[in-house]
Ligand binder design. Structure first.
Ligand code: SF4
Length: 252
């Protein structure tokens, strides 16, 4: 029986939609002989017409909106992978509310992979790129990425949906290595707060205590972001008729 050919290389095109060049320098680093991304079959190409994947850096500025669209449309129809490299490309980063910026590249293109960081370390970029090899095969077969363990299920208990929504928020600012740790620590603070008489106030105090002890400012930022999102989601669920606060009181 003939074996199905495996895809062993990915050609990438690098697109800067308004980066400060910090992320671009890290991408160049990845391509130098020190990190040598070509050993993984990842090759930089000079035209989107030859590219399997688009590496996007920087926030999506108004100036580059149509150029980015044209570059994406110039790529071959499959697998057309988009990777957002850096916090700016993931969410707009520090420029998120600028008049000149739309936000992250996902405001325009369907992003397959987020590599957050300002800028992300070369090891993080390589980790994201290395996953591409599996991703390319799936996209060529017409499959979409499924995180089965953390998959969204409309029938799931509302508390599970809350954690799912928070995990989705976290994908934009925390790297793969720390994501579960940060979320688990936040969930343990929520459980602790909901054992007290004024849970909302208690959670704010617990998060502030956590951030005061945390040495990495990026983790502290992620915790504060989770707190804001958590409060917004709890209010939204309650308005929609799901009093998630009552369920949280019963958490072990
Ligand atoms: S994520 Fe940081 S390094 Fe990258 S473009 Fe934005 S500001 Fe520059």
């Amino acid at each position: 029986m003939r074996r199905k050919p495996r895809m062993r290389s990915v050609w990438v095109f690098h697109l800067n939609t308004g980066a400060c060049n910090g992320c671009d320098i890290e991408i160049l680093d990845v391509l130098t002989p020190y990190y040598d991304a070509e050993r993984l079959g990842i090759k930089l190409v000079g035209s989107p017409r030859h590219a399997d994947a688009l590496l996007v850096t920087g926030p999506l500025t108004r100036q580059t909106y149509y150029a980015a669209k044209a570059v994406y449309e110039a790529m071959p129809p499959t697998p057309r992978i988009v990777i957002a490299v850096g916090t700016c490309a993931c969410s707009g980063g520090i420029f998120y509310d600028s008049y000149a910026v739309h936000g992250g590249i996902d405001k325009l293109l369907p992003v397959d992979m987020y590599v957050p960081g300002c800028p992300p370390r070369p090891e993080e970029i390589i980790y994201g790129l290395a996953q591409l090899l599996g991703l390319v095969e799936k996209k060529v077969r017409g499959e979409t990425y499924r995180d089965e363990e953390h998959e969204f299920r409309p029938e799931a208990p509302i508390v599970d949906r809350l954690w799912y929504d928070l995990r989705q928020v976290l994908t934009r600012i925390v790297g793969y290595f720390d994501r579960e740790t940060v979320l688990n620590e936040f969930v343990s603070l929520v459980k602790e707060a909901y054992r007290r008489s004024n849970p909302r106030q208690a959670l704010r105090s617990l998060v502030e205590e956590y951030c005061a002890k945390e040495e990495d400012p990026r983790i502290a930022l992620a915790m504060r972001l989770l707190l804001n999102e958590f409060e917004t989601l709890v209010d939204r669920y309650r308005d929609e008729g799901y009093p998630v606060e009552d369920l949280l009181k019963g958490l072990e």
